[in-house]
Design a protein around this ligand. Structure first.
Ligand SMILES: Cc1cc2nc3c(=O)[nH]c(=O)nc-3n(C[C@H](O)[C@H](O)[C@H](O)COP(=O)(O)OP(=O)(O)OC[C@H]3O[C@@H](n4cnc5c(N)ncnc54)[C@H](O)[C@@H]3O)c2cc1C
Length: 337
């Protein structure tokens, strides 16, 4: 079984993003988190991959430890910026040798200061091309896939895959005049956006990119963080209208730490969510702040589940308590005993 088998309604799939530790203390912390969550509710973990492969060995080590010491599946994030196609084939091969069968295929962020990054000719520069590369390595290793697009698609639909591939998706941006609240960090809203009643809209090029990832053989998508369920609903509606059938799993950040929210928004080019930040900033009592943040996240989670989200991918920042509190608050009634 791969992670793509997990998105079956009505039970929401619960998964967690981890990052590779940088210090021995961080290693202890991430492993405490893994064991706590594995004992709680965990359908899979995912482990991030530093820009240009900067955490390659620590990411792979954490992925391998999860495989070897827990029974919870794990997704290895993989980025293509900064690697040649040949190097990427080797990285994918090394993950497969280690027993990894689940990937999150990403472009990765361009090197700092490079505005219009493009890959060298013949190299891999888009997530959809990385999906294709992984499917090619899978075919070489496991032999079950035809390499022409039609048989690859047929194979994919019949689920005869040894490897599951997730990709990134980007919730809608606020319409003209409003600050963006989600969406791809690389640019603003274009006029060619999808029509709809929502105050959010999804960029046309993001839909084209997501469709290309699906056609290359992706199994599901995980979204960038967002703060309003309407942004997720817009992505869902626009994707379905564009023929994208992939399960779209909302990436959820527990909204308890205003400094972290600000930092992540800045990192990802997302506008600060004024309302929740204003409420969090208004209290100096950490317990009260946590209560308010969890309440806001609970409300967001309820709304995305009501919108049809097949699961929740929780950004843990290597700490279990925020996400377990959230699950207790929100999901107890939805989880089978
Ligand atoms: C859930 C999640 C996890 C992440 N994990 C990591 C991580 O571990 N490490 C890390 O470094 N980064 C990570 N990122 C960030 C990600 O690498 C960046 O957002 C990156 O800038 C874009 O990656 P992508 O896979 O969406 O790129 P792509 O899908 O390749 O898109 C990049 C750009 O090219 C355009 N494009 C792509 N394909 C096409 C096409 N066929 N036609 C037209 N236009 C196209 C898109 O519109 C977009 O503007 C993550 C993001 C998310 C949402």
């Amino acid at each position: 079984m791969t992670t793509s088998d997990l998105y079956r309604p009505p039970r929401p799939t619960i998964s967690y993003e981890l990052y590779p530790p940088r210090t021995p203390k961080g290693e202890t912390q991430v492993w405490d988190t893994v064991t706590q969550l594995a004992d709680h509710v965990a359908d899979y973990f995912s482990v991030t991959y530093g820009a240009s492969g900067s955490t390659a060995s620590t990411s792979q080590a954490l992925v391998e430890r999860i495989i070897n010491e827990t029974s919870v599946p794990v997704i290895a994030h993989l980025t293509c910026v900064g690697r040649t196609a040949e190097q990427l084939r080797e990285v994918v091969g090394a993950f497969l040798d280690a027993g990894v069968r689940n990937f999150l295929a990403l472009r990765g962020d361009p090197p700092e200061g490079v505005v219009d990054w493009k890959p060298a000719p013949g190299e891999v520069g888009r997530a959809c091309d990385l999906v294709t590369l992984i499917r090619e390595v899978e075919a070489e290793r496991f032999g079950s896939r035809g390499l022409d697009p039609i048989s690859r698609l047929a194979d994919h639909r019949s689920r005869r895959t040894a490897v599951s591939i997730a990709v990134a998706a980007y919730p809608g941006l606020e319409r003209a005049g409003a600050a963006p609240d989600g969406g791809h960090p690389a640019g603003g809203v274009t006029d060619g956006a999808v029509a709809g009643a929502s105050r959010f809209r999804v960029r046309e090029d993001e839909l084209v990119a997501l469709r290309a990832k699906q056609d290359a053989g992706a199994d599901f998508a995980i979204t960038q963080l967002f703060f309003d369920a309407a942004a997720y609903r817009e992505l869902l509606g626009a994707s379905r209208a564009a023929g994208i059938r992939l399960p779209l799993v909302p990436g959820i950040l527990p909204l308890t730490d205003p400094a972290r929210i600000r930092r992540l928004c800045d990192l990802n080019g997302i506008a600060h969510p004024a309302e929740i930040l204003g409420t969090l900033d208004a209290t100096t009592d950490p317990e009260e702040r946590r209560r308010i943040g969890l309440e806001a996240t609970t409300s967001l989670v309820r709304d995305v589940l009501a919108a049809g989200a097949p699961g929740l991918h929780l950004y843990t920042f290597n700490k279990a308590d925020g996400v377990t509190a959230l699950l207790e608050d929100v999901l107890a009634e939805r989880m089978p005993a």
